[in-house]
Ligand binder design. Structure first.
Ligand code: MG
Length: 240
């Protein structure tokens, strides 16, 4: 199902019948001006049902137990708490415990990619988008390259940006987007961003990007232009 919300939509509510919508009847029209496409990585370029991130969460807990000398229950609480308050668990560990980024990132990304399947349709749709396509993740570039290879998406993107390109400042902070989009030379008004964590779309929306929330359920946030639970189907639709 494709739904949309928009500041251009007079209904101001989730639309479950896009084909019957008079306010934005052709989703591809909303992307006709876009020539730079920004994709988050985890749970965006692969479905959350593949559950890759579960392994990373387990690794984070183990790292925190070993490094902070706390038990697993407290580690799991802090993992989530820091994610909520600081944007990522790593940002909380750096700011509140002086943890170095590199050992943490090396440890938590040492996982199996067997759960990921190649998606040739997605690869071909992204390749055929007009202009440039980039990945921007709160993970690292080397980790992103492994995920993309396992999904058959290697060689599809013009650039890959990780947390290291934002001096370890995470999305959703404005500073992080400024650094990464600045390095890329991105023209905000000609760009679209695809992302599963809805809060990471608020700043891109304020910057003038078209925003697409990729997740099983819509969130209802007014900074989301479109929601889809199927990225491949959505790209096929806007590719006309
Ligand atoms: Mg994500």
């Amino acid at each position: 199902m494709l739904t949309h919300f928009s500041d251009q939509c007079a209904l101001r509510k989730p639309c479950t019948q896009p084909n019957a919508c008079y306010f934005w009847p052709m989703p591809q029209n909303a992307f006709a001006h876009v020539n730079e496409w920004v994709f988050d990585l985890d749970n965006t370029l692969y479905p959350p049902a593949m559950r890759l991130f579960d392994q990373i969460e387990m690794k984070m807990r183990g790292f925190m137990v070993d490094t902070l000398g706390i038990d697993d229950a407290e580690a799991n609480y802090l993992r989530k708490h820091y994610w909520e308050v600081h944007g990522t668990t790593l940002a909380g560990l750096m700011r509140e415990h002086g943890i170095q980024a590199e050992p943490f990132l090396t440890e938590v990304h040492d996982i199996s990619f067997d759960a990921l399947q190649p998606d040739p349709d997605l690869a071909s749709l992204i390749k055929n988008l007009p202009g440039r396509s980039i990945v921007y993740t709160n993970g690292t570039k080397p980790y992103a390259e492994q995920v993309l290879a396992a999904r058959g998406l290697d060689g599809v993107f013009d650039a890959i940006y990780g947390i290291e390109h934002a001096d370890y400042i995470p999305k959703p902070e404005r500073n992080a987007f400024d650094r990464v989009f600045g390095q890329d030379g991105l023209t905000h008004k000609n760009a679209a961003m695809f992302e599963d964590e809805v809060r990471n779309l608020e700043v891109p929306h304020a910057m003038g990007l078209r925003t697409v929330h990729v997740a099983p359920e819509p969130s209802g946030e007014d900074y989301v232009h479109f929601h889809t639970d199927d990225l491949t189907a959505f790209l096929r639709q806007i590719s006309g």
